[in-house]
Design a protein around this ligand. Structure first.
Ligand code: 5GP
Length: 184
């Protein structure tokens, strides 16, 4: 889906498909250097990270494995509480594995800090995080993210895997959702 298909639902395009792909290539070069010769396991967080995972995995010139988790965080409305429930667990045994969590966006950071602790407790050799986007509120929780694509303003964004009520995930760019969409 392209901009003209949903132009009325957006206030602006924040990042184009091309900017995203250039950034993923840049992050991939750093990941390749850091994990050269290692057996890396990418853990994608469903469902938002599907696009980042697909593009990152194909861009990496490393033999990687992929696994997926789905989590839901309990909270009131749009606020994340940090209490997380596993909806779909990994199939892989993490004992001794080097793990890279692949996330679409970090808002409060609560979900990711819980997830990292959870994966570390399963005996992983290391657990690092790669997130395409980070919002300013993430600063409130000290979650150490090794690979970050873009620092973005505190707006609700959609596209490239990110949804609003399950829509817009297949928009190629990342845009700011127009208020009339969620106020109506
Ligand atoms: P937190 O970091 O607050 O624990 O939660 C991050 C999760 O909130 C993300 O994985 C994503 O599902 C959702 N989220 C946060 N900000 C946005 C946004 O601007 N747009 C969309 N579509 N989801 C968001």
């Amino acid at each position: 889906m392209e901009y003209q298909d949903i132009a009325d639902d957006l206030t602006s395009v924040l990042l184009t498909e091309q900017q995203i792909h250039e950034k993923i290539a840049e992050l991939s070069r750093r990941i390749e250097a850091d994990y050269a010769g290692e057996r890396l396991l990418l853990v994608g967080v469903l469902r938002g990270a599907v696009m980042v995972m697909a593009d990152l995995a194909r861009e990496l010139k490393l033999p990687i494995e992929m696994d997926w988790m789905a989590v839901s965080s309990y909270g009131s409305g749009t606020q994340s509480s940090g209490v997380v429930r596993i909806l779909k667990d990994l199939d892989s045994d993490l004992q001794g594995r080097k793990v890279l969590i692949v996330e679409d966006i970090i808002d409060s950071g609560l979900t990711l800090s819980w997830l990292r602790a959870n994966l570390e407790s399963r005996g992983a050799a290391s657990v690092e995080i790669c997130a395409l986007l980070r919002k300013p509120d993430a600063a409130k929780v000290a979650v150490d993210v090794r690979y970050i694509g873009f620092e973005i303003p505190n707006a609700f964004v959609v596209g490239y895997g990110l949804d609003y009520a399950e829509k817009y995930r297949n928009f190629r760019d990342i845009g700011v959702l127009a208020p009339h969409v969620y106020e109506s």
